[in-house]
Design a protein around this ligand. Structure first.
Ligand SMILES: [Zn+2]
Length: 387
């Protein structure tokens, strides 16, 4: 073998060993050798290198299979940290996580829909705060992932955000200049799908659709466990699928778009005049007092969401649909109406094995997904020996 081949084999061995430690920790050197088929001295030298780089650590002794009890190895989740930011139309959520996605800090702010300068200011303020709170570690801040409700191209440019002009900010450049770490920009529903796949409790998500319903509606589509992005990265804009050919004109150029009927903004806008409290608080107060009009509004909400989901189920035949919306997560009544609407508009066969569930991560789904993207890229850079 020439030197280049030897270097490649070494690298592949390191990747194999680190992956096994991440997936199967705590694990002994002997077990690593058994699983990977690599000989003990190769495992031992790679483990030494990973220990030296603080990516793993040794922990108490495991079960003996005869003889001395082995030292166990674990992935060092505190070797570095990641920040995930979800910039919504009327909110910002920031999470600081360790390398296994455990949330260390979590901030949320309500924002004015129109005020783009306040969005930029608040984003910086909350990230600064998270950075200050970050514990000391070998690799420090490994990057910042940001997701937005709109079109993000394959070069991570925010091309268009219909409900708030986030695309006017040069997010990637601004953040790179300010924080000097890798920055990753993603669509909010795509990030949510990744968050659910990695950290949610909806099981093994192979053919799954994450439906994010806020001011607008977006989908994150997982095919064979991988995000389906389309040619430019613009897939999943189902909020702009027409459900009424004669419906009102939408900002996207189409008419009668799904989100003009089924988004929070469409269904609950009349409640925004009920004082200055955030919409969810107003809705909660009315729902808790069994306000008849609010219960009818929930029915309308569920009905229109169901109408759009029928199209999606028939187009994509997903195994799992995860709904992400604070009201749907809080009021099972809405889910019942959605299910009823879908059943009434489908043959039974179309629904076989399609599971409809609500997000277990709730409001942090997308920010956690954004943080995961940072961690995944950090591990890739590490494996490619860029440290
Ligand atoms: Zn539209």
């Amino acid at each position: 073998m020439n030197t280049a081949d030897q270097a490649l084999v070494k690298k592949m061995n390191k990747i194999l060993i680190l992956e096994q430690i991440i997936d199967n920790a705590p694990i002994s050197r002997a077990k690593l050798s058994e699983i990977t088929g690599l000989n003990k001295s190769t495992v031992s030298s790679q483990v030494s290198s990973l220990l030296q780089k603080e990516m793993i650590y040794e922990t108490g002794r495991g079960e003996s299979s005869g003889g001395r009890r082995p030292v166990m190895l674990k992935f060092n989740r505190k070797a570095g940290y990641a920040i995930g930011a979800d910039i919504g139309t009327n909110y910002i959520i920031i999470v600081l996580t360790d390398l296994e996605g455990e949330i260390i800090e979590h901030y949320e702010r309500e924002l004015d829909e129109k005020d783009i300068e306040a969005t930029e200011r608040t984003l910086f303020e909350l990230i600064d705060h998270a950075v200050k709170k970050m514990p000391d570690s070998h690799y420090g801040l490994t990057g910042i992932g940001v997701c937005v409700p709109g079109l993000v191209d394959n070069d991570q440019n925010v091309v268009f955000t219909p409900n708030k002009p986030i695309h006017t900010l040069q997010l990637k450049r601004l953040l790179e200049e300010r924080y000097n770490v890798p920055i990753f920009i993603e669509n909010e529903a795509n990030a949510g799908a990744i968050g659910e796949r990695e950290y949610g409790d909806a099981g093994d998500l192979k053919h799954a659709i994450f439906v994010s319903i806020n001011t607008g509606i977006g989908l994150g589509i997982l095919m064979n466990g991988k995000l389906f992005r389309g040619v430019h990265g613009f897939s999943g804009e189902a909020g702009h699928m027409s459900i009424d050919i004669n419906g009102p004109l939408c900002r996207c150029g189409n008419k009668g778009c799904w989100e003009l009927y089924a988004s929070e903004r469409a269904v609950f806008s009349s409640y925004l005049s009920h004082g200055n409290a955030p919409l969810h608080q107003i809705v909660k107060a009315l729902a808790d007092s069994r306000d008849q009009k609010m219960l009818e509004t929930f029915e309308t909400f569920g009905f229109y969401i169901g109408v759009g989901l029928v199209n999606i189920i028939k187009t994509l035949n997903p195994e799992t649909i995860i709904l992400r919306n604070t009201m749907i997560e809080s009021y099972p009544l809405i889910v019942d109406v959605i299910k009823k609407t879908i059943s009434s508009r489908s043959k039974k066969e179309a629904l076989t094995d399609c599971r409809l569930t609500v997000s277990s991560l709730g409001r942090t789904a997308s920010s956690l997904g954004a943080s995961y993207i940072v961690i995944e890229r950090f591990l890739e850079r590490f494996m490619n020996e860029q440290f």
